[in-house]
Design a protein around this ligand. Structure first.
Ligand code: UD1
Length: 423
C-alpha cells in the first residue's frame, strides 16, 4: 500500500505541465479496438487506470506499447470477447469496452464493473441502449453476456446525460448498420475528444458537445494518430492546491474553456487568474468564501464538475466564511470529509449537502483516501496544513494523477510518495 507524506504550509509556486485527460484516454483506447491497423495516441497520462486499460486490451488480444506518454495500439488480432473479472473490478470505465467489443466480436462477456466507492453507479442506461441496437443481453450471477447478430443504428434517449453511456453508444454505433441518434447526450469535453478521434479514424460522428449526437455507421475504421486533450480535473485540483497554500503558479497544457466554471469560482474566492492560449496562471493571497453564488452545485458539463468538488471543498475549508456544496451526481461522494474533520476542518454533511465553515488553519495528521478525487482533496488540505499529513491508500490517487508527488514537488511542495509505483 502506498502512502503520501506531506509537510504542509508552504506556498506552491512555479510552473507545471498538466497531463492528458484520464477520462479521454480510456474511451479512446476502447475505440482503438475498432481500427483495422495501428493507432498512436499522444499526450496519454501514465496513471494506473491506463495500465488497467492496457491489461484489458491485451486480454482481448491487442498489442500495446507505451513510451513517453504515447501509446501504440495494434488491435488487428484482438478478437477476444471476455474481460476478466479482476480487471472489471479494478475500474468502472472498463464497461466502456462493451460497445467496442460487441462491434468487433458480436459477443461480449463482462462482470459488473467496480471503481471508486462514490455511489451505486448502475449501468442500466448502457444496457437499455445496447438492447435498442439489436443486442441480446443475459444477466446472470454478476455477469453480463451480450450477443448480437449485427449492431443496428437506433434512436436513443438517455434519461440522464451519462458520460459512460454516451461513449459506449458512440463506440457501438460507429460501425453499426444505419444511423444512431443519442438524445440528451452528455456534453463533456471528453465526449468531443472521442468524436474527434473516431472521425480521424474514418467515422461519421457529429453533434458532440451538444445534447444530440448523430452517428452514421461506417463499414471500416482505419488506424490514426491522435493527441488527447488536457485533464481539466487535474488542472482544477492543482489550482485549488495553489490557492489553498496562497501560492502563485502557471499551468501549461490547459484548455481554459473546459475550466470556465472552476476558474470563475476561484475568482469569486479571491484568486487572480490570467488565461492564455493554452495555459493559466493563478495567484492567491486570501481565500474568500464563494458568496456570490452562495452554493456550489455539481452538474453535468458545462456545470461545475463533480470530480472537482472534493479539492474545492478542501479549499473552502480554509476560506473566510461558509460555502454550501450540493452533490447532485453521485450519492456517496463525501467520505473524505470525515478525514478533513480530523485535520481540523469545520464541515457538516447532511445527505448530498455539505456546509463548509472556513477555519484559519488545518493541521496535519494521518488520513486515508477512499476514492480518487477524495484522495486528491486530502492532498490539497495536506499541502496547506500545518505539520505532517500522511495519506494512506495513495494508490487511489495514482489511478488518475500521473506522479502527483513530482508535479507538486516542482511547485515547491514538500510531498513524498512512499512504497509507490503503479500496480
Ligand atoms: C464519468 C467519469 C467520472 C465522472 C462522471 C460524471 C470517466 C472514466 N469517468 O463517469 O470521472 O465523475 O463521468 O461526470 O469518464 N448512471 C445511471 N445509470 C447508468 C449510468 C450512469 O444511473 O447506466 C448514473 C450514475 O450512477 C451517476 C450518474 O448517472 O449517478 C453519472 O454517471 P456517468 O455520467 O455515467 O459517470 P461515469 O461515466 O461513470
Amino acid at each position: 500500500m502506498s502512502k503520501l507524506v506531506i509537510n504542509g504550509g508552504y506556498p506552491l509556486c512555479g510552473v507545471v505541465r498538466i497531463q492528458g485527460a484520464k477520462n479521454s484516454v480510456l474511451p479512446i483506447m476502447a475505440a482503438a479496438l475498432l481500427a483495422e491497423d495501428e493507432c498512436v495516441i499522444e499526450n496519454v497520462p501514465d496513471i494506473s487506470d491506463l495500465h488497467s486499460a492496457i491489461e484489458i486490451l491485451s486480454a482481448l488480444g491487442a498489442q500495446t506499447t507505451l513510451y513517453e506518454n504515447k501509446i501504440v495500439i495494434d488491435s488487428r488480432y484482438a478478437k477476444g470477447f471476455e474481460i476478466p473479472d479482476t480487471l472489471m473490478r479494478k475500474m468502472r470505465s472498463s464497461i466502456m469496452f462493451l460497445g467496442a467489443i460487441l462491434s468487433v466480436s458480436k459477443r461480449a462477456k463482462v462482470s459488473f464493473p467496480g471503481g471508486c466507492e462514490i455511489g451505486n453507479r448502475p449501468i442500466d442506461l448502457h444496457i437499455s441502449a445496447l438492447k435498442k441496437m439489436n443486442v441480446t443481453i443475459h444477466d446472470t450471477f454478476g455477469y453480463i453476456d451480450c450477443e448480437t447478430k449485427g449492431l443496428l443504428g437506433a434512436n436513443i434517449t438517455l434519461s440522464f446525460p451519462s458520460v459512460g453511456a454516451t461513449e459506449n453508444i458512440m463506440l457501438a454505433a460507429v460501425k453499426a448498420d444505419g444511423v444512431t441518434v443519442i438524445n440528451n447526450a452528455a456534453k463533456e469535453p471528453e465526449i468531443t475528444d472521442l468524436q474527434d478521434f473516431l472521425n480521424v479514424m474514418g467515422g461519421r460522428v457529429s453533434g458532440a458537445g451538444t445534447s444530440v449526437i448523430t452517428i452514421s455507421g461506417v463499414k471500416r475504421l482505419h488506424g490514426a494518430r491522435y493527441k488527447i486533450i488536457p485533464d481539466r480535473i487535474v488542472a482544477s485540483t492543482y489550482l485549488c492546491a495553489v490557492a489553498a497554500t496562497r501560492g502563485n503558479a502557471l499551468f501549461k497544457n490547459v484548455d481554459t474553456q473546459h475550466l470556465s466554471v472552476v476558474l470563475s469560482l476561484l475568482r469569486d474566492a479571491g484568486c487572480k487568474i490570467d488565461e492564455y492560449h493554452d495555459s493559466v496562471s493563478i495567484e492567491c493571497d486570501k481565500i474568500n468564501h464563494v458568496d456570490t453564488v452562495n452554493l456550489i452545485r455539481t452538474m453535468p458539463y458545462p456545470g461545475f464538475p463533480t470530480d472537482a468538488g472534493p479539492p474545492f471543498v478542501s479549499l473552502m475549508a480554509l476560506a473566510t466564511g461558509s460555502t454550501v456544496f450540493v452533490e447532485t451526481i453521485f450519492e456517496n461522494r463525501f467520505k473524505y470529509i470525515g478525514e478533513l474533520l480530523r485535520m481540523g476542518a469545520n464541515i457538516k454533511v447532511e445527505g448530498r449537502v455539505a456546509v463548509v465553515e472556513g477555519v484559519n488553519r488545518l493541521y496535519g495528521t494521518s488520513v486515508e483516501a477512499y476514492d480518487l478525487r477524495g484522495g486528491a482533496a486530502l492532498c490539497v488540505a495536506g499541502l496547506a496544513a500545518e505539520g505532517e499529513t500522511e495519506i494512506l491508500n495513495a494508490g487511489y490517487i495514482e489511478r488518475g494523477y500521473e506522479h502527483i508527488d513530482r508535479d507538486l514537488q516542482e511547485l515547491g511542495g514538500k510531498i513524498e510518495l512512499i512504497d509507490g509505483g503503479l500496480q
